[in-house]
Write a protein that binds this ligand. Sequence first.
Ligand SMILES: [Cu+2]
Length: 313
Amino acid sequence: MNRSGVTRLVAYALGLVVVFAGAAGLGKVISPAAVTAAGQPAAALPVPGHEEATGHGQSGETGGGHGETAGHLPGGLQVSQDGYRLKPVTTTLAAGAATDFAFQILGPNGAPVTRYTPTHERDLHLIVVRRDLAGFQHVHPTLGTDGTWRIPLTVAAPGQYRIFADFRPAERTQALTLGVDAPAAGSYTPTPLPGAVRTTTVDGYTVELAGDLIAGRSSKVTLRVSRDGKPVTDLQPYLGAYGHLVALRDGDLAYLHVHPDGEPGDGRTAPGPDVTFVAEVPSGGAYRLYLDFQHAGRVHTAEFTATAAEEDR
Ligand SMILES: [Cu+2]
């Protein structure tokens, strides 16, 4: 046998081994018990919308209720939705140094969106947070005539950051929240998520959380602001309310829909100490809440971890 004949023989033997291993592997995955009457593996992916179509209370259902069926995802999980796209012009951040962060919102026609309808008094809200939910910032970039938004951004520490744009294009009736990741290079030390608490402090203020998040439902949460043991009753309007609350889900940073219950000047909403919100939570589990409030001319951000109870079934 010449050299090439040996090579062919070896290749043939190797091929046999590969086929054999492949068959053994296949046998493991598709055992007769795992094949349904229709001949499909029982573990096939669920059909989008299936959960909603069949209703709640199915045994073994682990989904999170109304908010999470396909086509109705929580905000902030996607870089593109309904034809709109968040396009970063700047793709990285720098720890401890200002980056001129620029981005565009591209519309369904592919061109940058230049006309917006304000929500909470602004055309666009930019939320920046590290993926471990630390380092939260809520800022308002400036829109150029070409549809490019710009803001100087400084993050305190290295890590992977999530950037959310919360906005409403003029031609839409609903706001959108798109999200994109941006890294700040360097050695990254993740912060474990703090445990759930009812009271936190920030800049000399104490903020207490009352009310519970409930998966699959709207629920009210109230934040009470005090200072030196006294309730603060002269909060200042900030973004059209006495507080602005952002809630992010631990694990995937889903951006929740939260809106204030009452606004300054409506005849029933006092300027503190209580600020009440209506939150819609898509699933049980841990969330990080960030409350921005303004007092004596300064904006402060109080942070909480809250655990949402599973929906009643
Ligand atoms: Cu904002």
